[in-house]
Design a protein around this ligand. Structure first.
Ligand SMILES: *Cc1c(COP(=O)(O)O)cnc(C)c1O
Length: 446
């Protein structure tokens, strides 16, 4: 157990976090990209990310065959990048803040198949596992048309194997839906805070859902143990998976293509600033890592977490990584942002992001619903509460002394910020059922 009191006394930001106040943590270990480049490449290289991208291309014919919603994109799972000028103005008015530059929404909330950012990492890892098994059994080569993986014979083959995962909801959905499509048996171990509609949806796809009265870390630990005891079972380990990370990292090149198409050049005078909601850290970590490799010092990557579960922040700020647990700091870890309710962060991600991430904003649960309503009203777009955390970033960048200092130190003057693109990364929402939207839209809490 981490000595929380020691950190609370030594670091005023950690004290604020422990008091569950909204704040920003600026990473004191942040380094210019050139300094970190060599070290990071040893862990996850550009070739690794390119390899993941190629694997997704190989699977495109299979995805297109199984999921008609992807016919239009030829089996590519990618989300729109939208301008949200009305939301930008509405946020400035509602919160008395200034959001310079062009505010955009990266709509992973609307990704095909899984309706969340997990459609990147989760689906990638299942596909990689399927490919490994099929190639080892002599049933597939990388030259084949992968559409054949949807044949009944292949389904029979995959039916011998089980895929298991611990999830607060969305990871289970991405793993569950894709595994079931391939023919795998699937078990999803879900934490107490997982939303009922997500459990129902999974069961309707033939997925076995195992519920725990405990939090996410427990669901993961139990799932991992059960899976390890079965030689035919594979566990998708959100707390340490490199494959999940690679699937997320592919997002960067795809985003660059979208920016290019819009004629948006990114350089240090026209920086990109991203805000991605974090749970265990994998999704925002992989996305941010990919972005840093491409845009280097021209991108500033921030995370956002609920004040009720700032685990990645604590893991990094204490340099205790996965040993940090929000409970040790007197924080419940129970939040309306179910996708972010991970009490301890990823060991792998908190380390690899150590010198790359700019900082981490925290946000109160009540604001998530306010942002949700505002976006619905101003832009007619609906994203789930966890996703809405992203807006705390652009709203707060110039409001906290810490982040203002960061801007001053890294050349983000008013003028440069006016030329920036700020991206709120929407991480989930498309699969939320109609009656749940009514509930979300009418939830008012502190
Ligand atoms: C999973 C998830 C995140 C965060 O991803 P992590 O890998 O857990 O950090 C953010 N938003 C939503 C909606 C999610 O489902």
């Amino acid at each position: 157990m981490v000595d929380a009191q020691k950190f609370i006394q030594a670091d005023p930001v950690i004290r604020e976090v422990a008091e569950q106040k909204e704040t920003v943590w600026i990473n004191p270990d942040f380094l210019p990209f050139g300094v970190t480049d060599g070290v990071c490449q040893l862990v996850v290289s550009d070739e690794d990310i390119a390899d993941a991208e190629e694997r997704l291309s190989r699977f495109a014919p299979f995805i297109q065959r199984c999921f008609p919603e992807t016919v239009e994109t030829h089996g590519l799972i990618e989300s729109p990048l939208a301008d949200i000028p009305n939301m930008q103005k509405a946020l400035e008015e509602a919160y008395g803040c200034s959001i310079p530059g062009r505010l955009m929404l990266k709509m992973d909330s609307h990704l095909a198949i899984a309706g969340s950012i997990k459609a990147r990492g989760g689906i990638y890892e299942v596909l990689k596992h399927a490919e490994d098994l099929a190639i080892a059994a002599g049933k597939l080569t990388v030259e084949d048309n992968y559409a054949k993986l949807a044949d009944e014979e292949m389904k029979q083959f995959f039916r011998q194997y089980t895929v298991q995962v611990g999830s607060t909801g969305n990871l289970g959905m991405s793993i569950g839906i894709m595994s079931a499509a391939l023919g795998f048996r699937v078990k999803v171990h879900m934490s107490a805070d997982a939303k009922q509609w997500k459990k129902d949806l999974l069961r309707s796809k033939g997925v076995e859902v195992i519920e725990y009265a405990d939090d996410y870390s427990k669901a993961v630990a139990e799932g991992r143990k059960l899976s390890d005891a079965d030689p035919m079972s594979y566990f998708v380990d959100d707390e340490k998976s490199v494959n999940l990370f690679l699937g997320y990292a592919v997002a960067a090149k795809r985003l660059k293509r979208q920016l290019d198409e819009l004629g948006i050049a990114v350089d240090e005078q026209h920086p990109l600033i991203t805000y991605v909601p974090a749970g265990v850290g994998g999704a925002p970590g992989g996305v941010s890592y990919g972005l840093k490799r491409l845009f280097k010092d021209a991108v500033h990557c921030f995370l956002v977490e609920p004040t009720l579960c700032p685990s990645v922040l604590l893991g990094m700020a204490t340099r205790e990584y996965e040993k940090a647990n929000v409970h040790d700091f007197g924080i419940s870890g129970i939040t309306e942002a179910d996708g972010l309710a991970c009490a301890s962060p990823s060991s792998f991600v908190t380390r690899i992001l150590g010198n790359l991430v700019s900082g981490d904003f925290t946000v109160k649960d009540g604001k998530l619903y306010d942002y949700l309503r505002l976006l619905d009203r101003c832009e007619q777009k609906r994203i789930e509460p966890s996703s809405c955390a992203a807006f705390a970033g652009p709203c707060s960048l110039l409001q906290y002394e810490g982040s203002r200092d960061y801007c001053a130190k890294h050349g983000l003057t008013r003028e440069v910020l006016e030329n920036s693109v700020q991206i709120a990364w929407a991480t989930g929402g498309r699969l939320v059922p109609a009656e749940i939207w009514d509930q979300y839209l009418s939830t008012y809490i502190d």
